[in-house]
Design a protein around this ligand. Structure first.
Ligand SMILES: Nc1ncnc2c1ncn2[C@@H]1O[C@H](COP(=O)(O)OP(=O)(O)OP(=O)(O)O)[C@@H](O)[C@H]1O
Ligand SMILES: [Mg+2]
Length: 442
């Protein structure tokens, strides 16, 4: 079984997971800070990492043993060139189930999840709040024990591997740096976890260069911007040359501009180092921009796994369709659906506003499909876009957006104006309201 959470936080470089679920992220960071202070110096809790012989499976996989004696591993350096990159882990999650016992009964947070994450790739976990993303990440890290299912790192069954033996680096939403330590000492802490026999100063310099913080090693966290602090956390997570990097909303506390900058930096760093990376995010743009593979979660299940393009172009389920872009949703019996000749056994139909073809002059049909008349009922100015509400003769309404420039020009519409719409049936998807429900399952 995985070690205690206390141990884990130490391995994760001072990210205090042990402070308990009711504490805020800041409180957890403070708790981590306090524990480190109590240890009296920079070496701190890392010295608690236990000595343990390697299992035969680990020997085969080349997993290093963790030893308090130091000098076991050679200096691995920061792999700056593609040809020397670390080969990240192949992560395979099989039939993963996690139930929590609560006062109201069993809560099914993860309900049979299968996913493969290729070596050195970036995988994004995306989904509504409470859908099980963090829980899956914690299961992979070993911070939670599984209810059922297995986790494999390459060919090694890692399900019951102790956290500190998983070669995992972690960054969480809160910066969770040690406030009483300098930037360099914070990064060095990550290094101490594995007791690598290395030129530590050089190593820290390399890491700071990697995250573009060269020269800031002597500063304290309070003297850094939020984005810089998060980069220190990343450097610390990478210090022990992990084969797997787990990021839970790493940029969650930052504003949009800084997020974008860090995102570009993260992609480059991950590609440079070659570490397999799993990132949990609420931000769809971030997920689609960063990831090779996106996993869409809902209520503890996976709705779809695919490349960003596949998910956007070919949403597999009504939930994904609704979750990853704007949709209009109308009754299946509405005039528009019937005239488009879209056949479905479901009660409702959705389609993207961008799939609306709109004509200001009367046309009978497009590609043999009848066009449906409607009236412009509302106009909302939303900064760079203008959103029109269009009402069909059966009182069903849909939304249609154009850029401000288009609205001011040829595509501008007037309230009360008669227009004609066509949505091709291939762009429509039938669904029932429960298909798009995201309430967690008790
Ligand atoms: N220790 C626990 N005990 C009971 N329930 C838990 C526990 N940890 C998580 N849960 C529940 O499991 C569900 C999934 O939680 P999880 O943290 O994985 O969600 P998430 O997808 O990461 O959400 P968010 O986007 O809000 O971070 C939630 O409903 C949560 O309340
Ligand atoms: Mg979460």
């Amino acid at each position: 079984m995985p070690r205690s959470a206390e141990h884990i936080c130490e391995f994760a470089g001072g990210l205090s997971e042990s402070a308990g679920p009711l504490q805020t992220a800041d409180a957890q960071a403070a708790a981590a800070d306090e524990r480190a202070s109590a240890n009296g110096n920079g070496a701190g809790p890392a010295s608690a990492v236990a000595e343990r012989p390697r299992t035969p499976a680990e020997e085969r996989q080349g997993f290093p043993s963790i030893s308090g004696s130091g000098g076991v591993d050679e200096y691995e350096g920061i792999q700056m060139q593609a040809s020397q990159r670390t080969s990240g882990l192949l992560v395979r999650v099989r039939n993963m189930v996690k139930h929590f016992n609560t006062s109201k009964g069993v809560f099914k947070a993860v309900q049979g999840v299968d996913v493969d994450i290729e070596p050195s790739s970036i995988c994004a976990l995306l989904g509504p709040s409470g859908s099980g993303k963090t829980t899956l990440l914690r299961l992979i890290a070993g911070l939670e024990g599984v209810t059922d299912g297995r986790i494999y790192f390459d060919d090694l069954d890692a399900t019951d591997l102790a956290v500190q033996d998983r070669q995992v680096g972690m960054v969480f939403q809160s910066y969770a740096l040690f406030n009483h330590k300098t930037v360099a000492e914070n990064v060095m802490f990550g290094l101490e976890v594995r007791k690598l026999d290395v030129d530590r100063r050089k190593r820290v310099e390399d890491l700071l260069e990697l995250v573009q913080l060269t020269g800031l090693g002597d500063r304290y966290p309070r003297q850094l911007s939020g984005g810089q602090r998060q980069r220190v956390a990343l450097a610390r997570a990478l210090a022990s040359n992990p084969k797997l990097l787990l990021l839970d909303e790493p940029f969650g506390a930052l504003d949009a501009v800084v997020r974008k900058q860090l995102r570009a930096g993260l992609k480059e760093i991950v590609q440079t180092v070659g570490v397999t990376t799993i990132i949990v995010t609420h931000d769809q743009e971030e997920a689609f921009d960063l990831a090779d593979k996106v996993v869409i979660f809902n209520r503890g299940f996976i709705e779809q796994i695919g490349s960003p393009t596949e998910i956007i172009r070919r949403p597999a389920t009504p939930f994904v369709m609704k979750f990853v872009g704007d949709t209009n949703d109308v009754p299946a019996a509405s005039l528009l659906v019937r005239r488009s000749r879209f056949l479905t056994s479901k009660s409702r139909v959705m389609f993207r506003p961008s799939d609306i073809q709109l004509f200001t002059e009367f046309v009978e049909s497009v590609d043999g499909h009848l066009v449906t008349g409607a009236t412009v009922s509302e106009r909302a100015n939303l900064g760079w876009t203008v959103r029109y509400t269009l009402r069909f003769d059966d009182d069903v309404e849909v939304e249609y957006s154009v850029t401000r420039e288009q609205a001011d020009g040829r595509l501008g519409l007037d309230i009360g104006q008669r227009i004609y719409l066509y949505v091709k049936p291939e762009a429509m998807m039938g669904f029932e309201p429960e298909d798009i429900d995201s309430a967690p399952i008790l």
